[in-house]
Design a protein around this ligand. Structure first.
Ligand code: AGP
Length: 609
């Protein structure tokens, strides 16, 4: 997914743009480029590879300051070459732009313009936009851009400069997100809001079919017909330090370590006196809650696995008819959805297109919709309205960690609150779980102590050459296996399968051997004996065992020396204490294998297509 940074102001434009691009480095990219306009001329540098390489090249060419745009490209149309890297400049050198998204009718526009004698220089879909803009430009940027938006089809966040318009940056957005900010005679735009945090927390999220003009005096917003409108700024309660790696080797490691804090933050204001209360977030009445006969959890990836844990927990309260659905399937099956459905969409980024499409479907069928997201005012939040915002702060590592446990926390609170509104939450259960949750930050912190981490690192070192892993657990210990296996797959590129321990004998047992270790999740208070009897059988097939067991479980050492101990917790809350060991295990395996942990191959942080 491409990253964009734009700047207009009196500071070092090149440095600000390069720094802004570096803040997008967690997005997969293959090439990068920057264009600055100074003295009416476009100065451009592009390169294949990292932003650090671009920075060196820019220095050599001694860019003067001005106003500018930068881009990190993840190739879709056209190979990975310097020539295809953005920014792209029109043949008459009057317009320069960067683009995130896909222009569906690029070829048609190109053929038209070539027939008019315009020469194209790249293989990209983006070039059709810049050449078309130059073709229709008669000195009025807004007029030219509105013409462009009527001519192109597809999804785009475009950031555009005209060489004869000093200190003006234009953006156009449709189906691809971009944020805009302004402070002290400086204007900015970026793909990722965290790139603007060191300048301002008050930003504008561009809507679909919207244009913006950014200059030193401020920002103006228009629709695609060029009509100006007022737009409220959104205040992001994130800070710049949250988006820094600090002394950690990777963002992922830093974010793993933030979890005691982010879980505590999520509980804040939602639990008091051993009671759960979400009335500050939701204006639901007991009558409404009783009217929802079906609960649908809809999400992708890690967010989906958080909902699977939540559903297992909510089942223990009884009376809920719950489905946990993968968003990319939800929209294409004939699942009954109606006004008696409470549809809960969980998405860290708030921009995942499958989840967004599923939310639109549920809304159109009259379901009551709620979003759980980490990004306030993200697209799904704006579209659905009702939301619970996880206060995990920006998550930079592609592999979700702290947002997962924040989602888990919010989901458990939501499940309890719903059950309570429906009159189904026993007082002793509420007290027991709230005590469990409030003691969770300390338990998570104990899992991050140096000794614990060294033990996990050592186990990972011993197993880094395995061909694949099986994660197993039963009942409430099964959902965390799903997330643990996903973490390993994502960042270490090893095959990892999660199975309910009792299900292995129905086929996958054929795969067991010494090269396929089993990670057995065996908390003392969740079907310990049944799980261990499964594990014993699997050990006979030659698979080494790594056990995630409850502290002081002495019996487990009869089965294996590779033990990761977790603190005792309520069975319903086991997913929390399993999360950190499994995240650290995946992290250290990936590190042993020399993988690019924060930017795993083929993955992007938000899947917006
Ligand atoms: C998590 O580690 C993954 N990167 C991925 O599965 C992610 O959870 C999924 O794409 C959903 O993203 P979302 O929560 O932003 O919607």
């Amino acid at each position: 997914m491409c990253g964009i940074m734009g700047y207009v102001g009196d500071k070092n434009t090149t440095a600000i743009i390069l720094d802004g691009l570096a803040k997008h480095e967690h997005r997969t990219y293959d090439s990068a480029g920057i264009a600055v306009i100074a003295d009416g001329k476009i100065h451009e540098t592009r390169t294949i590879g990292r932003i650090s390489k671009l920075a060196k090249k820019v220095k050599e060419e001694h860019f003067s300051n001005g106003f500018g745009i930068g881009h990190t490209r993840c190739a879709t149309h056209g190979e990975v070459t310097e020539n295809n890297a953005h920014p792209h400049i029109s043949s008459d050198n009057k317009v320069v732009l960067v683009h995130n998204g896909i222009i569906d009718n690029a070829q048609e526009i190109r053929t038209d313009l070539e027939a008019k004698g315009i020469t194209f220089h790249t293989e990209t879909d983006t070039e059709s936009a810049v050449q078309y803009l130059a073709y229709v430009y008669e000195g009025d940027p807004k007029e030219a851009i509105t013409k462009l938006t009527k001519r192109i089809r597809g999804s785009y966040a475009l950031v555009i400069m005209f060489s004869d318009k000093k200190d003006e940056i234009w953006t156009a957005s449709k189906g691809s997100s971009i944020v805009v900010g302004h402070t002290n005679k400086e204007g900015f735009c970026a793909s990722d809001p965290s790139a603007l945090l060191e300048f301002t927390n008050d930003i504008w999220f561009m809507d679909d079919n919207e244009l913006a003009l950014i200059n030193k005096d401020g920002c103006k917003f228009f629709d695609f017909d060029g009509v100006e409108h007022f737009k409220e700024t959104m205040h992001l309660d994130w800070n710049a330090t949250m988006a820094n790696r600090g002394n950690y080797a990777h963002y992922m490691l830093k974010e793993i370590h933030e979890q005691p804090h982010t879980v505590a933050q999520t509980l804040l204001g939602r639990v008091a006196d051993n009671k759960v209360d979400l009335s500050n977030d939701l204006d639901w009445t007991p009558e409404q809650a009783k009217g929802w006969k079906r609960i649908h959890f809809v999400a992708c990836g890690t967010s989906h696995y958080a909902t699977v844990s939540a559903a297992h927990i909510m089942e223990t309260f009884g009376t809920f008819d719950i489905r946990t659905e993968i968003a990319s399937e939800y929209s294409y099956r004939n699942i009954p959805i109606g006004p008696d459905t409470l549809a809960i969409f969980v998405t860290q980024s708030g921009e995942t297109s499958d989840t967004l499409l599923a939310a639109r479907l549920a809304k159109s069928k009259g379901a009551k919709c709620l979003v759980i997201t980490n990004v306030r005012d993200s697209t799904i939040h704006r579209e659905v309205g009702d939301a619970l915002i996880t206060p995990a702060g920006p998550e930079i590592g592609v592999a979700a960690t702290k947002t997962y446990t924040a989602q888990l926390t919010m989901l458990v609170l939501l499940g309890m609150y719903l059950a309570k509104l429906r009159g189904n939450l026993k007082e002793e259960t509420e007290i027991r779980l709230i005590e469990g949750l409030t003691s969770m930050p300390a338990k998570l912190a104990s899992l991050l102590e140096q000794e614990q981490e060294e033990n996990i690192e050592k186990i990972a070192r011993n197993f880094a050459d395995a061909k694949g892993f099986f994660y197993m657990g039963r009942s409430l210990a099964y959902p965390p296996c799903l997330e643990g296996a996903l973490k390993l797959k994502e960042i270490s590129y090893l095959l990892a399968e999660a199975y309910p321990a009792g299900e292995m004998k129905h086929g996958p047992i054929a795969l067991l051997d010494k090269d396929h270790p089993i990670i057995a999740l065996v908390p003392k208070n969740i079907l310990w004996e049944k799980t261990m009897s499964n594990i014993e059988e699997y050990m006979e097939k030659g698979s080494p065992i790594i056990a995630v067991a409850t502290v002081e479980d002495e019996e487990i050492s009869r089965y294996t020396k590779n033990i990761i101990y977790t603190p005792e917790t309520e069975p319903e809350l086991f997913s929390f204490v399993a999360a950190i060991p499994l995240q650290l295990f995946a992290y250290y395996i990936a590190r042993q294998r020399g993988c690019d942990i924060d930017m795993p191959r083929n993955l992007v942080k938000a899947v917006t297509v």
